[in-house]
Design a protein around this ligand. Structure first.
Ligand SMILES: NC(=O)c1ccc[n+]([C@@H]2O[C@H](COP(=O)([O-])OP(=O)(O)OC[C@H]3O[C@@H](n4cnc5c(N)ncnc54)[C@H](OP(=O)(O)O)[C@@H]3O)[C@@H](O)[C@H]2O)c1
Length: 344
């Protein structure tokens, strides 16, 4: 028998809209290949308001809403009362995709707490809850017999957390180094091509790779949150932002790039962590000059990559997209599959 999961979408921007589109257009393929159907029964968003329909929201209608319109015309409200919807809507799974707060993870952290406490599983692409409270949230999920899944918080749909927790379990993880921000990697590549930093940032913005305010990308704080998520997931060690020295790429000039090239090296923004013999973890985010034989040196453009340093296998590297609406919606789908598998 095909199981149905009712889903509530919290935040209706790029990622959750795309998840809704995927459910609308490929729902029958999901049912055939994965053995479950998905029904969106609630949506909340600061712009659109809140809409709940236990029978299933008309996705054609919500996806057709024009900018400035709200859910009022569809029988919803213009205000979004996240707490009430998360605690009371007829939903098995909450897909949290509101904005990432790099300081404390709020209010997304509360969204996840409310959902888990109400016995609903959570999938999220939001780095905040995972970076600041993954352990607490997993424990809350366990107490309530549900799941907290956040694969998309590190490399979007590229499955680094499940790779580490699944096939690489027991491999003797010693550390990792990663290119975990596509925007900064793209900008460094443009500096190699002779561009100045301001011009490279402008181009990245025009191509939709960089936000209007690119501080989190070029300053490295986005990578630092991802390092926090990885360190907890791989080593069970909780680090605060202040524990991770941070240098972004703002100081990397075309002259430094040319000097690195003259030595046969490339600048890359590296988030990394190493676990010592005593179990202590040392982590950092900083630009590094990598020789051409380094597994991360050839990662170009907006692609991300993570190299695990392991006892049994030596270095294992995975590369793939680290952003993109469809790639990140897939991360949510992969979380839903994990939730389904855990029930089975
Ligand atoms: N897009 C990607 O490639 C990608 C990749 C990996 C991870 N992520 C993460 O996934 C999350 C969603 O990304 P996105 O690209 O979909 O962002 P987005 O397009 O900005 O969508 C977020 C939506 O949530 C709404 N929102 C913000 N705070 C809310 C709240 N408290 N309650 C209800 N709605 C709220 C926003 O409304 P306003 O616009 O009015 O604030 C916006 O409509 C972010 O945390 C992001 O860091 C994204």
């Amino acid at each position: 028998m095909t199981i149905n999961y009712n889903i509530a979408l919290i935040g209706f921007g790029n990622v959750n809209r795309t998840l809704a589109e995927v459910i609308r257009t490929t729902g029958s393929t999901i049912a055939r290949d994965l053995g479950f159907t998905l029904t969106v029964t609630a949506i909340t968003d600061l712009r659109f308001g809140a809409l709940v329909d236990a029978g299933g929201i008309d996705l054609d209608a919500v996806l057709a809403l024009a900018p400035g319109e709200t859910f009022v015309g569809l029988g919803g409200t213009a205000e979004c009362d996240n707490e009430t919807v998360i605690r009371t809507a007829p939903a098995d799974i909450i897909a949290e995709a509101t904005f990432t707060n790099p300081n404390n993870g709020q209010p997304a952290l509360d969204h996840v707490r409310w959902a888990l406490a109400a016995g609903r599983s959570v999938c999220t692409t939001n780095k905040g809850p995972a970076a600041f409270a993954a352990r607490e949230l997993r424990e809350l999920a366990r107490q309530n017999g549900v799941r907290f899944e956040y694969e998309g918080a590190v490399m979007s749909g590229t499955p680094v957390l499940r790779l580490a927790a699944g096939p690489l379990r027991g491999v003797g993880m010693r550390g990792f180094s990663g290119i975990l921000n596509g925007t900064s990697n793209y900008i460094l590549g443009r500096l190699e091509a002779g561009m100045g930093q301001a011009e490279a940032i402008r181009e990245a913005q025009e191509r939709g790779y960089a936000e209007a305010n690119p501080t989190a990308d070029i300053g490295g704080s986005d990578v630092r949150l991802k390092v926090m998520v990885l360190v907890e997931a791989l080593f069970g060690v909780v680090l605060a932002p202040a524990d991770i020295p941070l240098t972004g790429i703002t100081g990397i000039t075309p002259e430094l790039v040319a000097a690195a090239a003259a030595q046969g090296t490339k600048w890359k923004l590296i988030g990394q962590a190493v676990r010592g013999e005593d179990g202590r973890v040392t982590a950092s985010v900083a630009p590094q000059m990598l020789g051409s034989d380094h597994p991360l040196a050839g990662i170009t453009g907006v692609t991300n990559a993570l190299m695990f340093d392991t006892d049994f296998l030596g270095q294992v590297t995975i590369s793939g997209p680290g952003a993109g609406r469809r790639e990140t919606a897939y991360a949510l789908l992969s979380d839903i599959i994990a939730i389904h598998d855990s029930r089975a």
